[in-house]
Ligand binder design. Structure first.
Ligand code: FAD
Length: 321
């Protein structure tokens, strides 16, 4: 038995969430006294693959196939399932990222495995019981999921587990499973990157704004604050619906769920659907001119004031710090 971890890359480089998920998978492998194997799909350099050894992966399966250049979900799910069978892995771990959310259930079906998505902590393994803590109801509650299947798929929420070094010598093994044509019914022919700024799902710091900003022409104050902090920018749903900001910045029940160390909410009322996407943030700072805004109820720190006065002062103060 081994633990298999799927490692995502962006343009051939591993992301922070990759090292989080490898560190988590290594801890699971240690709990089970077994080996950690990683599987990478795409054109990733040897140094990058070898770097996974630093976080405990003893072997890295390297799948570099032209047919898998773009993210074709069925084919990726088949390849990862194939690797799990080849390596006799009863546990597959991956990030609960955009692609992980799509892959995890598909792989669970193929492996006839139980699935815990949105996992936030290491499993509790006692006698024959294997339980994982996960978020539920759009982040409003936690649930303990007990597996009763031999095979298990766990999708770990980003920013839920600390990156830990646990160095071993990683061997790289090329893995070329046959790709079934039925898994390639769609082809991604072009990918245009919307922004080269910090990716929101991976961000440790987020500056987010809502309708209180009045219009897209005022976002410069949000971007300046985000720049001095090294933060990603985000927004509420009506803001992206109105086209003030790109859709991929929309946070909440129907958008992205984030769990940064710091979430600064500017001119956002704090509707329950927005809070669903931010409630696992470690520290929440709210800036709103209405002292009755619901967001203040979940804030760690709050400033009652006009965003157009408060935000530039905050930016200047951070610059001067
Ligand atoms: P508003 O509610 O209009 O709030 C603006 C806030 O700005 C107010 O609190 C106001 O006091 C403050 N303000 C105004 N001027 C200033 C100023 N000068 N300085 C400081 N503060 C100021 N919403 C999401 O965000 N994400 C979702 O995923 C989502 N999913 C939804 C799903 C469903 C099924 C439904 C029905 C709704 C969903 N919504 C979602 C919408 C949600 O209910 C709210 O309508 C929305 O979050 C409100 O956005 P807002 O806070 O930007 O705007």
């Amino acid at each position: 038995m081994s633990v298999l971890v799927y490692v995502e890359n962006a343009d051939g480089k591993f992301k922070k969430s990759t090292y989080e998920v490898v560190s988590y998978a290594k801890s699971v492998a240690v709990l089970l006294n077994t080996e950690l194997i990683a599987i990478s799909i795409g054109d990733v350099g040897k140094d990058e693959l070898t770097s996974l050894g630093k976080f405990g992966a003893a072997k890295v399966l390297n799948v570099n196939n032209d047919k898998l250049k773009s993210f074709v979900i069925q084919a990726y799910a088949s390849v990862i399932t194939n690797a799990a069978n080849k390596e006799n892995s009863d546990i597959l771990i991956l990030a609960n990222s955009f692609s992980g959310k799509g892959l995890a259930p598909r792989i669970a079906v193929k492996l006839q495995a139980g699935l815990a998505d949105s996992a936030v902590d290491l499993p509790k393994i006692e006698n024959n019981s294997f339980t994982v803590k996960k978020t539920a109801f759009s982040g409003k509650a936690f649930a303990m999921v007990e597996f009763n299947s031999a095979k298990k798929v766990i999708a770990l929420n980003p920013n839920s587990y600390q990156v830990n070094e646990s160095p071993v010598e990683a061997t790289i093994e090329d893995f070329n499973p046959e790709i079934n044509n039925s898994d390639l019914r769609i082809e991604v022919t072009n990918v245009v990157r919307a922004t080269d700024k910090i990716a929101l799902p991976d961000a440790e710091l987020v500056v987010s704004a809502g309708r209180g900003l009045k219009g897209p022409e005022n976002w410069n104050i949000i971007e300046e604050l985000a720049d001095v902090l090294g933060a990603a920018t985000a927004c509420s749903k009506p803001v992206s619906d109105a086209g003030w900001r790109p859709h991929e910045e929309h946070v909440g029940q129907t958008g992205i769920a984030v769990s940064p160390n710091l979430y600064i909410a500017v001119g956002i009322s704090g509707a329950i659907q927005h809070l669903a996407g931010v409630s696992s943030s470690k520290t929440i700072v709210v800036i709103n001119k209405d002292p009755e805004a619901p967001f203040f109820k979940v804030a760690d720190y709050g400033i009652v004031g006009d965003a157009f006065e408060v935000v530039p002062k905050l930016t200047e103060a951070i610059k001067a710090y």
